[in-house]
Design a protein around this ligand. Structure first.
Ligand SMILES: NC(=O)c1ccc[n+]([C@@H]2O[C@H](COP(=O)([O-])OP(=O)(O)OC[C@H]3O[C@@H](n4cnc5c(N)ncnc54)[C@H](OP(=O)(O)O)[C@@H]3O)[C@@H](O)[C@H]2O)c1
Length: 471
């Protein structure tokens, strides 16, 4: 009975695919699902992989089916379900066994569960898994958090199932406790911003340039052969080229413009605020998703103000400029994401390895893109330097920020909202401004609250001539 290398709980979309992936890589796996019929159906449909799979009907059976020291992956909805499963497993497992939460947990929960594991046992790890259903089945990107020795123990399985970039597994240890889930949250934040920027340039092409979905698809296919080569551009080209089987119209034109979310982008933004990290492109992307869902309000706005005259004259903007704007936006969005991880590394005293994070994201995950290899190189040169200052990306930004400016200016003049691209540009301009306008803020604060300020000449006089005017 005790012949499985690893166990897995939760044979939903992700769990089932992950279990098949593990079995396929030669590791016998024991599985358990809350609804027992699902477990048996899973085994019945596993085909040639069925002999590697041990279905179990109780948690005690599951635990008994795994070779000690045991490792069990949880692939259930984040939150209460994870706590319930840990509580149910705890009395059945030995102190040196290991529970791995591979769902999209909030990293604070992973911190709490890691701390509980130290006193209550068994060992606990939180791993971020990216790549959706397809990734789980054929190779996800995996971001591990917990104890290094626990990671090392399960690394042979995780490395085997992970996506490979030129033979290198896209799986690595990110740091203690919730570090893996934190990095996954930032991944999702970057994913939000990258998707939003693509949606914004799509809007410029559709509404500003009057291009058809087929023309947009062709353009995106072309971009996917250049610096923008990425999974998200690739699938955007695919969806833009698809036809609706009911109406015969482009599929995109038949989809309601109300975007859903599961909240991981929001977590990233909230955490960035706590850390005083500046990620405006990601914030704008989360805002845009929230606003997209307010369709009745948008329609009311259109009724009062009228739709903006979005069509542009042909000479306003070229597709080459739009591509460059997207390149600049993408660099800025990733630079913000990596800077957030740096801020968290310092604040939580977790030395999260930035170059390795870029390497892990090169394949398997939703934000995989050719730029990530160059980012890994730039972060290896100097992990403490903001990515926009790395010579390779600084040169790209010097060459493209003009086009980003043209795009945003055209968008503003034609009523085409470009919140993520515009936030990226404002951040870029603030990051290159030696003399900002915060002197005005400091003067205001001193006026109404006597907060004091630093002087540029170093004199020790912290208050302005308005002292005493405050309330
Ligand atoms: N879908 C994705 O693309 C994706 C990508 C990365 C990460 N994730 C994360 O992976 C996790 C699983 O997602 P999923 O898409 O696979 O979900 P799913 O398809 O809804 O499957 C959920 C699984 O969890 C089980 N479950 C639900 N509540 C439970 C409870 N209280 N106790 C025990 N088992 C319970 C379900 O069992 P029953 O059969 O009994 O209902 C089912 O096996 C989530 O944290 C999700 O955020 C998902």
């Amino acid at each position: 009975m005790t012949n499985s290398t690893i166990g897995l709980i939760g044979l939903g979309t992700m769990g089932a695919m992950l279990a098949l992936n593990i079995a396929e890589k030669g590791f016998p796996i024991a599985v358990w699902n809350r609804t027992t019929a699902v477990t048996h159906q899973f085994k019945a449909e596993a085909g040639a992989l069925a002999p590697m799979i041990t279905p179990t009907e109780t948690l005690a059976e599951l635990v008994a089916a795994i070779k000690p020291p045991r490792a069990i992956i949880l692939m259930v909805p984040a939150g209460e379900a994870v706590d319930q499963q840990i509580a149910a497993l705890r009395p059945l497992m030995a102190a040196d066994d290991l529970i791995i939460d591979a769902g999209n947990a909030l990293f604070h929960d992973t911190n709490r569960r890691s701390a509980d594991a130290q006193t209550l046992g068994p060992h606990f790890m939180g791993i971020g898994v990216s790549g959706g259903e397809e990734g789980a089945r054929h190779g996800p990107a995996i971001m591990g958090g917990g104890l290094r020795q626990d990671w090392d123990r399960v690394a042979p399985v995780l490395n085997a199932i992970a996506a490979k970039y030129q033979g290198v597994p896209c799986a690595d240890f990110m740091g203690p406790a919730g570090a893996g889930h934190f990095v996954k949250a930032v991944h999702n934040g970057i994913e939000y911003a990258d998707m939003q920027m693509i949606a914004e340039v799509y809007g410029v092409m559709r509404d500003g340039m009057g291009m058809t979905a087929a023309e947009i698809s062709q353009t995106l296919h072309g971009w996917n052969k250049g610096p923008l080569q990425s999974y998200l551009i690739e699938i955007s080209a695919e969806v833009a080229g698809a036809t609706d089987k009911h109406s015969g119209k482009p599929m995109l034109d038949m989809i309601l413009d109300r975007a859903g979310q599961k909240g991981t982008g929001r977590w990233t933004v909230i955490e960035a605020q706590h850390l005083a990290a500046t990620i405006p492109a990601i914030e704008a992307a989360v805002m845009a998703r929230n606003l997209s869902s307010r369709l009745p309000e948008r329609l009311a706005g259109q009724a009062v103000f009228g739709a903006a005259p979005q069509a542009m004259a042909k000479s306003t903007l070229t597709l080459a400029q739009l591509e460059q704007a997207m390149i600049a936006g993408k660099i800025l969005c990733y630079a913000q994401g990596f800077a957030l991880i740096s801020a968290a590394s310092a604040a939580f005293d977790w030395p999260m390895p930035l170059p390795e994070i870029a390497r892990v994201w090169r394949e398997g995950c939703i934000i995989r893109s050719s730029m990530l290899n160059d980012m890994a190189t730039a972060l290896t040169e100097d992990p403490a330097r903001n990515l926009m200052l790395a010579p390779f990306f600084a040169e790209h930004l010097k060459a493209t920020h003009g086009a980003l400016r043209q795009t945003i200016a055209a968008g503003a003049l034609h009523g085409l909202p470009l919140p993520a691209l515009a936030s990226g540009l404002a951040w870029f301009d603030m990051m290159r401004t030696g003399r900002s306008t915060a002197n005005m803020i400091q003067a205001q604060r001193d006026f109404f609250g006597a907060h004091g300020f630093e002087r540029i000449d170093g004199l020790d006089d912290k208050h302005g001539p308005w002292s005493g005017h405050g309330i």
